[in-house]
Design a protein around this ligand. Structure first.
Ligand SMILES: Cc1cc2nc3c(=O)[nH]c(=O)nc-3n(C[C@H](O)[C@H](O)[C@H](O)COP(=O)(O)O)c2cc1C
Ligand code: SF4
Ligand code: SF4
Length: 432
């Protein structure tokens, strides 16, 4: 079985699967059961400054989006940071770290944006023996209205300033958790790096309203007839998170900055994708809230088997796909494929026909007996038919060989060439 031991910003854990700061990491009772189930580390639910504990709503705090089988695809929440007393959390963190020395225990923090508040909380956390801190600059609801969370995370200068304070006043590794509620995620990542962050983690939740009740006209979840935007997470946000992780991994000014990948991770495969795009480890929240702590066992066995089959180590996987993320202008315009339908698998539902006929290139013919076939002369290989077909692998793409005739254009498939040298590009550079 592959060795999944990971060292992230100097913090060792038996595997790269950590729980993200959220209800599953809210208390000793949860974290101990998570460690027993096999999680390699946790980021403790965000602690606030000393003083009266945070107050949460007492009505529903979650909303959701489901697939047709009522599988949870997206989760929305209006929960705040921990509402348990600081001293209780600190006591439990110290105990858990003592009992589980081989697991990573990072503490998430969010306190007012002044140096004294940060200095004070860092001292308390250091006393617990925790392995590091994660700065929650991402929470998009409630705390941001009080000048914390994403209110800091949306201003790169504040990120840099607070990160610098944290590095000045503590010896612990510092992970800066980024908000996706921003136009260009590379800017806050650069700021974190300038401030001395050891790593960034992303994504926190996305501003969201999951639904509106059309009887009461209240956004859901409804608190006495009113709703507020919440933070969106779960499988639905994974593509957004993957893109943001890849942007940071391949940007010249942030390349090499360790990344903890978060957002919709449910299976070992999701985790491996984040790692291939540059994440040194991953964090999980919604999947555990949906299926429980034991899903880590599938993650461990799945990733081990994948690595064993390829004789790869975890380190070989991290960043492996980054060189293949490019800009549109460098894509090979001479790469030609054609859709093809497996008649044995086809259930004759006609979805591919409707999609291609009404919104793509009228490249699927419907025979008298509802036999569907691709017209190569029209097919631009857009992939829409594959995306809408309910039968996996019923429609696939066939790659045309170099020199083969493309019946649509009447031209032979040529070697690699991209937009930068294309004759239709007014800015085209002369081909070398
Ligand atoms: C109910 C709930 C509470 C959360 N609380 C926190 C928090 O206190 N601090 C924090 O940094 N992130 C918090 N998050 C965000 C998660 O840590 C994570 O970044 C986000 O849910 C995306 O991961 P996922 O798609 O695996 O859920 C919370 C998420 C949920 C669903
Ligand atoms: S790939 Fe696009 S153009 Fe070709 S058959 Fe499918 S939907 Fe039509
Ligand atoms: S969508 Fe798939 S299953 Fe349905 S008709 Fe087209 S090829 Fe057949």
């Amino acid at each position: 079985m592959a060795d999944l031991t990971t060292t992230f910003v100097g913090i060792k854990s038996p595997n790269p699967f950590w729980l993200a700061s959220a209800p599953p990491t809210d208390k000793e009772y949860n974290v101990v059961r998570a460690f027993k189930a096999g999680w390699g580390g946790v980021v403790w639910k965000t602690l606030g400054a000393e003083g009266p504990p945070i107050v949460n709503v007492n009505g529903p705090r979650y909303g959701a989006i489901w697939g047709a089988d009522r599988r949870l695809l997206g989760l929305n929440n209006i929960e705040l940071i921990t509402d348990r007393p600081l001293e209780v959390n600190l006591r439990e963190i110290k105990q858990v770290k003592r009992d589980w020395p081989d697991r990573a225990l990072v503490v998430s923090l969010m306190v007012p944006c002044d140096e004294e508040s940060w200095k004070a909380i860092l001292g308390h956390v250091e006393d617990t023996g925790a392995d590091g801190v994660e700065l929650n600059f991402g929470c998009p609801h409630g705390m941001s209205e009080r000048g914390m969370g994403s209110a800091v995370g949306q201003v790169p200068e504040y990120i840099e300033m607070v990160t610098r304070w944290v590095k000045q006043h503590s010896r612990m590794p510092c992970i800066v958790k980024l908000t996706p509620n921003i136009t260009d995620v590379r800017k806050p990542a650069e700021a974190a790096k300038r401030g001395g962050a050891d790593a960034v983690s992303l994504i926190n939740t996305i501003n969201s309203i999951t639904s509106v009740n059309l009887e009461s006209f209240s956004p859901e979840p409804s608190i006495d007839g009113k709703g507020a935007h919440g933070g969106y997470c779960g499988p639905a946000v994974k593509p957004i998170a993957l893109s943001m992780v890849s942007e940071i991994a391949r940007h010249a000014d942030t390349a090499g900055l360790p990344i903890s990948g978060i957002g919709g991770i449910t299976t070992w495969r999701d985790a491996a994708e984040f790692m291939a795009l540059g994440a040194g480890n991953v964090q999980v929240c919604t999947a555990v809230m949906t299926y429980g702590f034991k899903i880590v066992q599938e993650m461990i066995s799945g990733l081990s088997q994948y690595l064993d089959e390829r004789e790869m180590a975890v380190a070989d996987l991290v960043g492996r796909a980054v060189p293949n993320v490019t800009d549109w202008q460098y894509l090979n315009l001479n790469y030609v494929t054609k859709a093809q339908i497996d008649q044995e698998l086809c259930i004759k539902c006609g979805r591919c026909y409707a999609a291609c006929e009404d919104t793509s290139h009228q490249a699927i013919a419907m025979g008298q007996d509802r036999t569907f076939s691709v017209i190569d002369e029209e097919c631009v290989a857009c992939n829409l038919c594959i995306d809408v077909c309910p039968v996996e692998n019923c429609i696939t793409m066939r790659e045309l060989e170099i020199g083969e005739l493309d019946p649509r254009t009447g031209r032979k498939v040529a070697e690699y060439a991209n937009w930068t040298t294309h004759p239709n590009n007014p800015m085209a550079q002369a081909a070398e």
